[in-house]
Design a protein around this ligand. Sequence first.
Ligand SMILES: [Zn+2]
Length: 375
Amino acid sequence: MTRNSRLRSAAVLIAVTLMIAGVSLVRSRPLGAQGQGAANEFNDSHFHLTNYVQQGIDVPAFLRIMANRVSRSTLFGIPLQQQWSYANSGDYAPAYYLQSDAPLYYYSFTDAFIASAYLKLTPAERARFDPMITGFNPADMYGVDHIRRVLTTFPGVFTGIGEFSIHKEFVSAKISGETASLTNPALDRILDFAAEAGLVVILHNDMDMPFAKEDAEPIYLTQMKALLARHPKTTIIWAHVGLGRIVHPVRVSAEAAERSPGQLELVEAMLTNPALAHVSFDISWDEVAKYAVATPESITRVAGILNRYPNRFLFGTDTVAPAGPAPYYAVFDIWTPVWRLLTPEASFKVRKGNYERIFDEGRRRVRAWEAAHVK
Ligand SMILES: [Zn+2]
């Protein structure tokens, strides 16, 4: 045995011993040290612990992914359950809404599940999470009562509501019962209560229909703006800047460009509207990231709007039960060309500062509401 191979054998022996002792060399090394990112690089304003069949990862597994690269994160499941209909897919167990023609239904137990997972954490671990209530039906006038009941059953846990959806490509039409609508008073009751209790709202609503025609007015934009304007005291984050997988950015032809605004112009018009000062946008979802970095021009335009309105955007991954660090951090890393063009102020606020401002205020106000209402 040469000196080098003896050293190698010793190193292998030490590694095996540490692994047997439950110490993973990879896990204990901070992710930032792997050249992948920096410590405390971002807070995640949009994270799903579980999927459409209520399966996922546990919070300790997510904490290992967060390591020291992510300081804080929202924590929610998915309010909808994909039914496994034997008549539809037989022995095939669908795990995603596109894998079955059977309906989705509201799965309210998700809130108890998230609260229990959070309550198992140490106080220091809890401080890193903002659990959100999602298991209510926004088309039900009683939906708001579910939210109030969750707060009084699990005081000290939740910061907000969402991500919940009104119009979502492929999903809205599959939900059993009445289809949700931006004009339903059941939704107004929910947003009124969010204002009263200080709950931060993460709302998914596609701005447009799938495969919309060029130059057409986005069909849900007018209703959405009216809804937001009706609730000026509610802190609302419009998820994914209103985009979807195939609900693409609003496009205008060269001839129409002078009169029809494109996606970023529509968003900018909202940002300069004083009646919508309570609305922020999350730039979560890899589909959104792909639109942003599609061309050098899109990168410049997106960086420009983030730099001009640094207080109004939040980064989020929108990952669903990621299996490990690779799929989780991929979303953040797609944005690298945009991060490079941001001012230090905009970069800090979009990655971390706006999260802290909005969710800290939500925590403070919800705890105060609970103190006054939970006997
Ligand atoms: Zn989401």
